[in-house]
Design a protein around this ligand. Structure first.
Ligand code: DER
Length: 223
């Protein structure tokens, strides 16, 4: 099975967590795009979605699924999203798709976070994937120096040679060289640094379930 087929497999498998009449929390990325395509096949059974990015909103609307503002819902039963890395505790590195801030906001509304990922995302310890951090532009270098003090190398994410600007109008640092053995403490520490909008460690908003696409089929891991 190709990586794309594994993503489609888990994207479809996530439908088992969707109940009729629900508003579904929807993440961002190529694996979530497979889930959105699968969701379209049951769109008459759901009430709509709350989206974590302009990209996912566009895809949902193009498929005829109503998109609600996060401020219009009190709670979501389920949030479905991908990950760049997920560890044995269900903690994740996210933000490869630059949507980490809204992803964490929508995940915070949900009773259950269902992570859908191909097996390449499963790691013992977070940190091989460069950690995305959304920052207020004027704080970027100051924050980069704080990561350097921890042995990390922070690079400003660029798009066509200019700083990448997120849906929220901020910049992103990608930090390599980190080994995040205590995700909860690490997320809290970085959250406290002035100028940090969101750090791409999802430990406080960790996954409750992971549908892992493997050559042998979908492996369901509960955390
Ligand atoms: O940016 C994100 O957080 C995405 O969910 C990312 O982590 C997974 O994207 P992918 O499904 O395209 O690998």
């Amino acid at each position: 099975l190709t990586q794309d087929e594994l993503k489609a497999l888990v994207g479809r498998a996530a439908l088992q967590y969707i109940e009729p009449g629900q508003i579904v929390g929807v993440g961002t990325g190529s694996t979530v795009n497979k889930f959105i395509d699968a969701l379209a096949s049951v769109k008459d059974r759901i009430r709509g979605a709350v989206s974590s990015s302009e990209a996912s909103t566009a895809r949902l609307r193009a498929l005829g699924i109503e998109v609600w503002d996060a401020n219009e819902v009190e709670r979501l039963s389920v949030y479905v999203d991908g990950a760049d890395e997920i560890d044995p505790r269900g903690c994740m590195i996210k933000g490869g798709g630059a949507a980490l801030t809204r992803e964490k906001i929508v995940a915070a509304l949900a009773d259950r976070f269902v992570c859908i990922a191909d097996e390449s995302k499963w790691v013992e310890t977070l940190g091989r994937f460069p950690l995305p951090v959304e920052v207020i532009p004027m704080a970027a270098q100051q924050i980069a120096r704080r990561f350097a003090a921890l042995g990390g190398q922070a690079r400003l994410r660029l798009k066509d040679g200019a700083p990448w600007v997120t849906d929220n109008g901020q910049h992103i640092l990608d930090v390599s060289g980190l080994r995040i053995t205590e995700p909860l403490a690490f997320e809290s520490m970085v959250n406290d640094w002035p100028g940090v909008v969101t750090v791409g460690v999802f430990a406080h908003q960790k996954a409750n379930v992971c549908l892992l696409g493997t050559a042998q089929g979908v492996r369901t891991v509960e955390f």
